[in-house]
Design a protein around this ligand. Structure first.
Ligand SMILES: [Zn+2]
Length: 437
């Protein structure tokens, strides 16, 4: 049974930083029809065309609202949901004081299940339909998140956190356990339904070289898994890392020696990287998840997007909750824009939205599944009300009065002022999620 979703349809077909003509990087239908069937996108065009082509189809009418692919958050910690907005401290203290105590609770299957549900619902409320999430070192935490995501038929990436030093004993594993438990979880969940596995060493400080090498070994055994970790987020972190690995030439070299700098590696942050490190990341085909709200909240630093763009290193934009202060990718783009303003780089709104939709899907090698409305893709999309807040209505009416209510201004207004209130509906594999539940 086909269904037509009617509204103002927008999506990317290419990287907007590489083209000047909008027709080369985006598609927009003022009164569009997105046709879905059995959870997949089967056609797209003007509503009139689609209606006459699919006379039998049912339809959901969101006229006047924006329909776009669901957001993809490439770096987030689901166990840290309860500690969002915890006061004070920079990265290393923050981990010890807030993060590790809450992560210890995920040894309980019951707690992990409840937390997984809260986390996924919060994502959907904010229009995020896919994410690459850290779990904890407990298998229970990974099992719970994959299970709940499967119940929603959501495309999710997660994995067991590997740590074997410099963390509370309850959160540490051994090299042997890191290998055996990750392997078991990969066998159980990877590519089952929409689930994908990420081998997840937390970062260099909490992993010995042998532990990191387990991650490299597992990825060799299962080359279509991801690797996710943190890199060069904070100056004290970098200093401590270099003290722990005196034989390595720089931070990235630690990961290179472990075999985890690959074309499937997601590096969160990457604020303080040398030209050489950026060149090597580019060469390996890894990408950087820039996390603006987290970087500001923990006082980590100002990521230089223009410099990284010039190096042609792929970047996405992510929340990093709970150090990140919002589940909303719109609010995350808002802070990303401001950080680049301080760097004297006026980041275009198309670049911003690309990095949380098609850009993220491409970085994850999932562009044939999510991130755009290419035919055959999975029908993960959101409906956005431009004027959920009265102030947004005032803005829209003013812009309309001076004939400036165009796609760029519509998106930019959402990026700067939007949040979960603007997300009218979230569809996952063609099914509308009940956001009131
Ligand atoms: Zn993180």
């Amino acid at each position: 049974m086909k269904k037509i979703i009617r509204g103002q349809i927008f999506y990317f077909i290419n990287d907007p930083t590489l083209y000047t003509n909008p027709d080369d990087f985006m598609r927009y239908y003022e009164d569009g029809g997105l046709v879905i069937s059995d959870g997949y996108i089967v056609d797209i065009g003007t509503y009139e065309e689609m209606q006459s082509k699919y006379i039998q189809a049912s339809y959901d009418d969101y006229s006047g609202m924006l329909i776009m692919p669901g957001f993809i958050d490439t770096h987030i910690h689901y166990p840290q949901t309860p500690i969002i907005g915890s006061y004070g401290k920079q990265l290393l203290d923050w981990l010890n004081e807030y993060t590790y105590p809450v992560e210890e609770m995920f040894s309980s299957p019951k707690y992990a299940k409840g937390a997984s549900k809260d986390f996924i619902k919060e994502l959907f409320k904010n229009g995020t339909t896919s994410c690459a999430a850290f779990s904890t070192e407990h298998k229970t935490s990974v099992n719970a998140l994959f299970k709940v995501a499967s119940d929603f038929n959501m495309r999710i990436i997660t994995g067991k956190v590997l740590m074997n030093r410099n963390a509370p004993a309850a959160l540490e594993d051994t090299v042997k356990e890191a290998y055996a438990e990750s392997k078991e979880l990969i066998e159980t969940w990877h590519k089952k339904g929409r689930n994908l596995y990420a081998i997840t060493p937390r970062f260099a400080i909490t992993c010995s070289m042998s532990e990191l090498k387990v991650a490299g070994l597992l990825h060799k055994e299962y080359p279509d898994t991801y690797i996710q970790t943190h890199l060069a987020e904070n100056k004290d972190e970098i200093k401590q890392t270099m003290d722990l690995f005196p034989d390595c030439t720089d931070y990235l070299n630690v990961y290179e020696k472990a075999g985890i700098v690959t074309d499937s590696s997601i590096f969160a942050h990457g604020i303080y990287l040398s030209d050489s490190e950026l060149d090597r990341i580019k060469c390996a085909g890894s990408f950087i998840s820039h996390c603006p709200t987290s970087n500001l909240f923990l006082g980590s630093g100002l990521f230089n997007m223009q410099r990284v763009n010039n190096k042609r290193v792929t970047t996405t934009i992510a929340t990093d909750v709970g150090a990140g202060t919002s589940f909303s990718m719109l609010q995350t783009l808002n802070e990303a824009y401001k950080i680049q303003q301080l760097n004297r780089y006026v980041m275009n709104t198309f670049e911003s939205f690309y990095k949380i939709t098609l850009g993220a899907a491409r970085a994850l090698k999932l562009e044939n599944k999510i991130g755009s409305f290419s035919l055959g893709n999975e029908a993960d999309f959101i409906v956005i009300d431009y004027v959920a807040q009265y102030i947004q209505k005032i803005r829209m009416e003013y812009l309309k009065s001076c004939d400036k209510w165009d796609v760029e201004n519509m998106l930019f207004g959402l990026q700067i002022m939007g949040d979960s209130r603007n997300i009218k509906a979230t569809y996952v594999m063609g099914r509308k999620i009940d956001l009131t539940d």
